[in-house]
Design a protein. Structure first.
Length: 347
């Protein structure tokens, strides 16, 4: 399996697939962001603060502690740390829709954590890799290449924001395409690495790494919910923050592992972000199922008294424009005449 994993043509093909998948995902993220919402969040930066605490305090520390508890070797530890230090992923946006979450909060947390990752992800990696500093893989940890990979995501994100500003309908379509590409890319990568590279590759992964792939997203969801509870957020926002914290950008993690480490060095640990993606999706699915079965009735109470409408592309796809009748009622008196009758609104 090691020779197959190092095959140059297959390795290049996987690199191209990973790079394209990451670009499409970041383009979709940019298409979901509106400039007006960014300005509003900057005036009241709760989403930015939650993204900072969740993605670059809670998750890196969780990854480090799990690596220590399970006594991982340096290669496995670096793979786990990379995943833990990644920003939020687009999966959380899709899942937030399914649990009637706050889509404005979800999009802003994902976008802001991606931007913060430019500076904080290399810093977190440098801090938490000190425990394995005398090992070869950590000495070769390419923090500059990590920053370069992160910086390359700014172009598709900026292009997506521009498309949302100029062509909202095209942006809606690109958001849907990016979500599907996320799922397709992960499935294809898992199949390629699990079958074409040989079943022995999966067998080389220690049981402790499988355990971390199961526990880490689950603990991330719990930490996110607890964090939102500390901030005394309403239930639908707690669900959103929970999903945002536990869902990592596994495409970015895969891209960094694939593009900055040689296959001989990283070996089977290239599979860790794919395993994380598998279990984070399964556990988020159980989260959604539990909500649909037991929590849906409380949704109206969650949103009672809210005045802000979620003007996000996901909901735009389902909504139709409705005339605002708060200023008057349209009545027809004759065949060709339309008259506006003012209505009084109680203050």
């Amino acid at each position: 399996a090691g020779e197959t994993f190092g095959d140059r043509s297959l390795s290049q093909g996987l690199s191209v697939l990973v790079g394209l998948g990451l670009c499409v995902t970041m383009l979709g993220l940019g298409c979901a962001v509106e400039l007006g919402q960014l300005g509003q969040q900057l005036r009241r930066p709760v989403g930015l603060l939650l993204a900072l605490l969740g993605q670059f305090v809670a998750m890196p520390l969780l990854a480090f502690l799990l690596a220590i508890i399970f006594a991982l070797d340096e290669v496995a530890a670096v793979a786990v740390l990379l995943c833990g230090c990644c920003p939020g992923g687009n999966l959380s946006n899709l899942m937030s829709v399914l649990v009637d979450g706050d889509m404005n909060l979800s999009i802003i947390m994902t976008a802001s954590s991606t931007l913060l990752a430019l500076f904080l992800m290399p810093l977190c990696l440098w801090i938490y890799s000190r425990h394995w500093i005398n090992t070869a893989v950590v000495q070769l940890l390419p923090l500059g290449a990590v920053s370069l990979t992160l910086g390359s995501t700014l172009l598709p994100i900026g292009l997506g924001v521009l498309i949302r500003y100029r062509h909202p309908r095209a942006a809606d379509l690109l958001v849907k395409i990016s979500l599907w590409s996320l799922l397709v890319t992960l499935v294809v990568l898992f199949i390629l690495t699990g079958t074409m590279l040989g079943p022995d590759l999966l067998a080389q992964i220690p049981a402790s790494v499988y355990a971390i792939a199961v526990l880490m997203p689950l603990a991330g969801y719990a930490l996110g919910y607890g964090l939102a509870t500390v901030f005394k957020m309403p239930p639908h926002c707690r669900r959103t923050v929970s999903l945002e914290t536990g869902c990592q950008n596994v495409q970015l993690c895969t891209a960094i592992l694939k593009l900055t480490f040689s296959p001989e060095l990283i070996g089977s640990m290239y599979m860790f972000p794919l395993l994380y993606a598998l279990f984070q999706s399964a556990e988020a699915g159980l989260f959604v199922l539990a909500y649909k079965m037991y929590g849906r009735d409380s949704y109206k109470q969650d949103t009672l008294g809210e005045e802000e409408d979620t003007d996000i592309s996901y909901k735009k796809l389902k909504e139709e424009e409705v005339a605002d009748t708060s200023y008057g009622t349209v009545t027809t008196e004759e065949h060709n005449s339309i008259q506006m009758e003012p209505t009084q609104t109680a203050l």
